[in-house]
Write a new protein. Structure first.
Length: 293
């Protein structure tokens, strides 16, 4: 039997991830000789060695997640156009020892949102968060949806301002603003935004013990909003539940997980992921997990 080609995920404290189930289900369904593992890198100082390990161990490719999407860039040999634009990487391809960084989060975020494209043109949009995921979201909004303005909402004002300034340097026509999530007037200002996206990990199962809330749902949502949560576990996050209870339209983070994963899978294997099969597998796993909690 041929030795399996290795894929994986690099991140910190990522035992909760469904990426192995997603990619291994796809590889098994297509009878491809790949196996996907989790590589925990809990010390930031170990990141460079972990990236070099991809080359040394002849690993075919990896995904990169929190908190390393931006930090990984400097350790790679080259970047695809979209990864270079946003300076954040979530996928690495090892091409004969050359490590190439991609950002499939941009495609993954945009694909489920295309059904609402006509509703979003020239509307105000808000992005909660200022990390690598927020970068991909802003890039996708800029390319695909052309909102009238994008408001970055974060606790770290300096990081939010740096993200805003970075995009403004490269796209003069893009109207970007920042808000501190803790400010009293923030919720009122966000009510004017058609689409609100959670690009933070708040609400995820791994933070279930936390008392931290994003925003008071009862004061934020109306039936005219669209809520998009990049968190996929649980399927219905507090963010999405608040929006749904108010009659707003919602998009689960599971959809972004699927589409960014499908793009990565194709880069590594040259094959299209069987989306419907993988979606059902992940939904079943999450439903089962929620029932046992």
């Amino acid at each position: 039997m041929a030795i399996k080609k290795v894929l994986g995920l690099i991140g910190s404290e990522i035992s909760y991830t469904l990426s192995p189930l997603m990619h291994n289900t796809a590889a098994e369904a297509l009878r491809l000789n790949y196996i996907y593992n989790v590589f925990e890198v809990n010390k930031p100082d170990d990141l460079s060695a972990a990236i070099e390990g991809i080359r040394a161990l002849n690993i075919t490719g990896v995904n990169v997640t929190i908190p390393y999407k931006e930090r990984t860039v400097k350790y790679l040999d080259s970047l695809s156009a979209e990864a270079s634009e946003v300076q954040a990487v979530n996928t690495i391809l090892n091409q004969d020892g050359t490590l190439i960084g991609y950002n499939t989060d941009i495609f993954g975020f945009a694909e489920p949102l295309k059904a609402f494209k006509s509703e979003l043109e020239k509307e105000q949009v808000a992005v909660l968060g200022s990390g690598g995921a927020a970068r991909a979201v802003i890039q996708a909004l800029k390319i695909e949806f052309k909102p009238s303005s994008i408001t970055i909402v974060a606790r770290n004002e300096s990081k939010a301002d740096a993200l805003k300034d970075d995009f403004k340097r490269r796209t003069k026509s893009l109207k970007l603003k920042t808000l501190n999530i803790a400010d009293a007037e923030t919720v009122e200002k966000l009510r004017d935004c058609k689409l609100i996206i959670n690009a933070t990990p708040v609400g995820s199962a791994k933070l279930s013990a936390s008392k931290e809330d994003l925003l008071p749902a009862e004061k934020l949502w109306t039936k005219d909003h669209i809520a998009y949560d990049l968190v996929y576990n649980p399927l219905q996050t507090p963010f999405l539940k608040g929006a749904q209870d108010a009659g707003a339209k919602t998009i689960s983070g599971l959809e972004m997980l699927l589409f960014q994963g499908a793009k990565s899978f194709e880069l590594w294997t040259g094959k299209a992921m069987p989306i419907d099969l993988v979606r059902k597998t992940l939904q079943d796993a999450l439903t089962c997990e929620e029932k046992t909690d």
